[in-house]
Design a protein. Structure first.
Length: 342
């Protein structure tokens, strides 16, 4: 059981966590709060996308990440806390060796590649899934000596403040993203449950130039873009519109739209059918499956792909997908299948 002094420490640092969102680097300020609560050599946080396997790690001080010789994503995949979150959901603060997914802790790749080289073999991990269940987020502290029970309890007590601070940070990032997008001349449309709540002049201009109706944009945004797939590109009669779905007010959905400019345009340009074929490649579909979805013969699909590879300057489907992602063309959205009433 925690003493009154320890509860006061948890409370004070919890308030500092929420105040840290105003810092220039809120992630570092957050980790420094962890180290103030529980003395350790290093504190870190990470996020892992369970669908794509993409991950990101931050720490203070920078001791462990340079040792991740197999890449951040692979190391995160071996983190017992991340594995637990992927399989079971939330994780209260717990010693790493006590997590069922840690297996033989002495042979765990996460411990072997990050902790053993610097002698920080003791860790406490805490985490949860983000809304939507696709991304997991966790924090940890590492040191060269065991963590006491009361230290683990203090981290458990701090968990609600950690989660609130993370939610506040994500909301702030959303607002900053929308602010930057609008400041840079992008269009912004906010859809309510039944009607458009807001749209700026740039959005009106883009939709008029590309001859895209608001109902079509709403159908694409609500029907094809999701928290797990928040970005895409729409081929129109005059070019390509890039769409990014962002959270907005409760019950609303915001979409940022702009044109794929010169810096992102594919050399020579893609036809709408080639662009759609690229989108299906990005979903891992075979030529036969693409033919069925596009309503053409498999031979026609192969011809589209040959021209697609030539335009992108690549020689195979994997390279085409990678190039498409680099150019901001994936995933590709098809307005023809959008439901305006979605």
């Amino acid at each position: 059981m925690l003493s009154d002094a320890q509860w006061r420490s948890v409370r004070d640092i919890g308030f500092d966590l929420l105040d840290a969102e105003g810092e220039s680097d809120p992630y570092r300020a957050e980790l420094e709060c962890l180290l103030r609560l529980v003395p350790a050599e290093v504190a870190g946080s990470g996020e892992l996308d369970l669908v794509t396997g993409a991950g990101e790690m931050r720490e203070t001080p920078d001791l462990l990440i340079p040792l991740a010789v197999n890449g951040v994503e692979e190391v995160l995949a071996h983190n017992p806390g991340m594995r637990h979150l992927a399989e079971r959901g939330d994780l209260a603060a717990v010693r790493a060796e006590q997590i069922p997914e840690s297996g033989d802790w002495a042979r765990n790749p996460w411990r072997r590649e990050l902790l053993d080289p610097v002698g920080l073999t003791h860790a406490v991990v805490i985490g949860h899934r983000l809304p939507g269940g696709r991304v997991v987020q966790g924090w940890g502290v590492n040191r060269d000596r065991p963590f006491r029970d009361d230290e683990v309890e203090m981290l458990q007590a701090l968990d609600p403040a950690l989660r609130r601070a993370a939610r506040a940070r994500r909301r702030r990032e959303v607002v900053l993203h929308l602010d930057r997008a609008v400041a840079e001349g992008a269009g912004l449309v906010i859809f309510g449950p039944v009607a458009v709540v807001y749209r700026n002049a740039e959005a009106d201009e883009l939709l008029e130039r590309h001859r895209v109706a608001l109902a079509t944009l709403r159908g694409v945004t609500c029907g094809q873009l999701s928290p797990g797939r928040p970005e895409g590109s729409m081929s129109t009669a005059v070019g390509i519109l890039r769409l990014q779905r962002r959270p907005a007010l409760p019950g609303c959905s915001a979409v940022v739209l702009d044109e794929v400019g010169a810096g992102h345009r594919v050399p020579g340009g893609l036809t709408p059918r080639q662009l759609l074929a690229l989108g299906h490649l990005g979903e891992g579909r075979t030529a036969a499956a693409i033919a069925r979805l596009m309503g053409v013969s498999e031979r026609t699909v192969h011809k589209h792909l040959e021209n697609l590879y030539r335009t992108l300057g690549v020689g195979d489907r994997l390279s085409a997908v990678l190039k498409g992602r680099e150019l901001g063309l994936l995933p590709v959205l098809d307005p023809a299948v959008a439901d305006p009433d979605a």
